[in-house]
Design a protein around this ligand. Structure first.
Ligand SMILES: [Fe+2]
Length: 184
């Protein structure tokens, strides 16, 4: 029998869902512009093709394109968990079939977010957040090595930028469209 349990070093994800079709329209209207595409995307700039997020400092989707409803949704969600931070980088991922992202963090930021577009389906691959507790590798105390979150339409996931994560492979021909950002 357990008298009480302590949540030691918990890591929280915050998930936000909307039902606003105008946000879908805003995203559908974003052109194939190398200036706002991540290294996983077809048509990305050559200088950001290698490495992780380090070459992505110039990506400013929210500054370059007028996306008022998407931006308001992201900023309101962000403010609900941390009223101090502001979005400093933002970009679009258009991951073709077989693309995936290796494990990485968004070093140098406080909160990161990924938003899954309306047409995302589970076969496009979700995101896996890797347990920061090194003992999880030894399967001790019921810990797990990572937690999967599916690519869920119209859904924003906010997570601490230090939390290591990776994506699963997109198994289908339709590009997996998501919007991501870093805040500090
Ligand atoms: Fe990431």
């Amino acid at each position: 029998m357990i008298d009480f349990m302590v949540e030691l070093f918990p890591t929280h994800l915050h998930v936000f869902v909307h039902d606003d079709p105008l946000i879908d329209e805003e995203i559908n209207g974003i052109p194939d512009d190398p200036d706002i595409l991540s290294h996983l995307s077809v048509g990305a700039k050559e200088e950001i093709l290698y490495g992780s997020h380090t070459g992505m400092n110039d990506l400013q989707l929210f500054q370059k394109y007028n996306l008022p409803r998407l931006r308001a949704f992201c900023e309101k969600s962000l403010a609900s968990i941390d009223p101090i931070v502001t979005i400093a980088q933002s970009w679009m991922n258009r991951g073709p079939k077989d693309s995936f992202q290796i494990a990485h963090t968004h070093a140098g930021f406080s909160v990161s977010g990924v938003y899954y577009h309306q047409d995302c389906v589970p076969d496009m691959g979700g995101i896996v957040f890797i347990n920061p507790n090194p003992h999880s590798k030894m399967c001790l105390w019921g810990t797990e090595e990572g937690r999967h979150f599916p690519a869920t339409p119209r859904t924003l996931v906010l997570f601490p930028s230090w939390l290591e994560h990776k994506t699963e492979k997109n198994l289908i021909d339709t590009p997996r469209v998501s919007i991501a950002f870093n805040a500090k």
